[in-house]
Each structure stands twice: as structure tokens, then as C-alpha cells.
Design a protein around this ligand. Structure first.
Ligand SMILES: [Zn+2]
Length: 252
């Protein structure tokens, strides 16, 4: 009974309805159903080009040609992706006031595209870029057009400094969103972790701020022992079922 899927959906819906404040933490597994591979999984098709390495600040400065030909392509690809049924379910739960917001490790903008409003992007985003010299901000497309027309590295129109994406790379500090997310979690009762194996610091420390955890991830995480409910199924299916159940209980 305890491990039955429908029972776990009911239990989760009840936890959400009874929680004083609920937050969501999402990682790569949230977006695999949108066709975005998990950079860190061994089966990902980016495995050979080592995107994490190619997307470092060090490479950007020492080898811009490599940066803008390898890792950068991944960022470009993300702009065509669409939110899946899981992203849409989370946006609806936020609109119904059952979740207060989302903290995401993903840089694919899919929560925002799905309509979620309170999103903390702790690894950055790919909507905008900025100049490393004067700090001016531009649309991603401005940089994209420069790169595609052969201007590598792409230069700022105002001061001719180098433009870079607003993603957090190796060698960067965590963005302000991370501190804001921690502050939100200090008053949060329930955290739903989705598609994150909770192995990347400092995001893996976030569950310690909350009283209750729900985990939706297809592989074990270091926090499984502390979770009220664990799902190993695909995030999209689980979240649509949770949404349906919350609505059903709401209508009783
Ligand atoms: Zn500039």
C-alpha cells in the first residue's frame, strides 16, 4: 500500500494542501522530457564534448574560440525547447497558491515559459547576456547574431568589452538568486525536489532548511532517508497526477 503510486499521489497532495509554505527545487531531470539531456548523466549525448568544461570562465578568457564553438552551442539549443507537462503543472499549482515558488538549477528558462512567476535561477539563465567590462545587459539574440556572423569573442557595442551569457560557470560566484532562495526556504515547510540527484554544491545543502521533503527523481539521492514520499517515475507524469489530485481534494 505504502509504495503504491496512487497512494503516494494522494499522500503528496495532502502534504501540499496542509503545508504552510511549499517550495520546489528542480534539476536536469525536470527538463529531460522537453528533450534536454542531463549534462551530467553518462548517457547524455553531450558527454563527449564535455560542456561543463567548455563552459568555464577560464575557457571563455583563455580560449574564446573553443567557448563559443562548443559549450555555447548547448545554450543556443536551449532557446528552441518547450516546457513539458511537468512545468505546466507546477505553474498551475503556483497560480492556485499551493506552491510559493521554484528554485531551479536549470538554465533553460522553461519554468518561466510555462508561466511560473516566482522562479529563482541559481545557475543563471539564457534569456540575456552581459558585458564583462561595463556590465551592460543585452538580449541573448544580440550575442547570438554576433557569434553567428563570426565575431568571436562577441563584443559590447558600448565599450567593446567581451559579452558572456548570464549562466553560472565554473569560476563564477553564486548569483544573488541563491541567497534569496535560501531566505525563502528558511520559512518553508515542504520542499519538493524534482529531477535533481542533490549532488551538486551548494544546491545539495538546500533540503536542510525545510521540515518535510518529497523527492521525484529516477535515481537515489543522499536525502532519500529524510523524504516523506519518493517517486522514481518521470517527473511530468507524477506532477500531472499530483495536480489532478490536489484539484480533486480541493473540490471535495
Ligand atoms: Zn560594455
Amino acid at each position: 500500500m505504502k509504495n503504491n503510486f496512487n497512494y503516494k499521489i494522494l499522500e503528496t497532495a495532502q502534504l501540499i494542501i496542509n503545508s504552510k509554505k511549499t517550495f520546489v527545487l528542480t534539476g536536469a531531470g525536470m527538463s529531460t522530457e522537453s528533450g534536454i539531456p542531463d549534462f551530467r548523466s553518462d548517457t547524455g549525448y553531450y558527454q563527449k564534448m564535455d560542456p561543463v568544461n567548455a563552459l568555464s570562465k577560464d575557457v571563455l578568457l583563455s580560449n574564446p574560440k573553443r567557448f563559443y564553438s562548443e559549450g555555447y552551442k548547448i545554450l543556443e539549443d536551449l532557446n528552441d525547447k518547450k516546457p513539458n507537462e511537468g512545468h505546466l503543472a507546477l505553474a498551475e499549482l503556483e497560480e492556485m497558491k499551493y506552491i510559493s515558488g521554484i528554485i531551479t538549477q536549470n538554465i533553460d528558462n522553461l519554468h518561466t515559459k510555462a508561466g511560473s512567476k516566482n522562479v529563482y535561477e541559481v545557475h543563471g539563465e539564457t534569456r540575456r547576456v552581459h558585458c564583462m567590462k561595463c556590465g551592460s545587459s543585452f538580449e541573448f539574440k544580440v550575442m547570438q547574431d554576433k557569434v553567428n556572423s563570426g565575431q568571436i569573442p562577441p563584443k559590447c557595442d558600448k565599450c567593446s568589452g567581451i559579452l558572456r551569457p548570464n549562466v553560472v560557470m565554473f569560476g563564477d560566484m553564486m548569483p544573488e538568486d541563491f541567497q534569496l532562495a535560501v531566505r525563502e526556504l528558511e520559512s518553508t515547510e515542504l520542499l519538493i525536489v524534482i529531477g535533481s540527484s542533490l549532488t551538486v554544491a551548494p544546491v545539495n545543502y538546500l533540503p536542510q532548511y525545510v521540515e518535510k521533503l518529497i523527492i521525484i527523481n529516477n535515481t537515489p539521492t543522499p536525502e532519500d532517508n529524510n523524504a516523506e514520499v519518493i517517486f522514481r517515475e518521470q517527473a511530468g507524469t507524477v506532477l500531472q497526477n499530483i495536480l489532478k489530485e490536489v484539484k480533486r481534494l480541493n473540490d471535495l
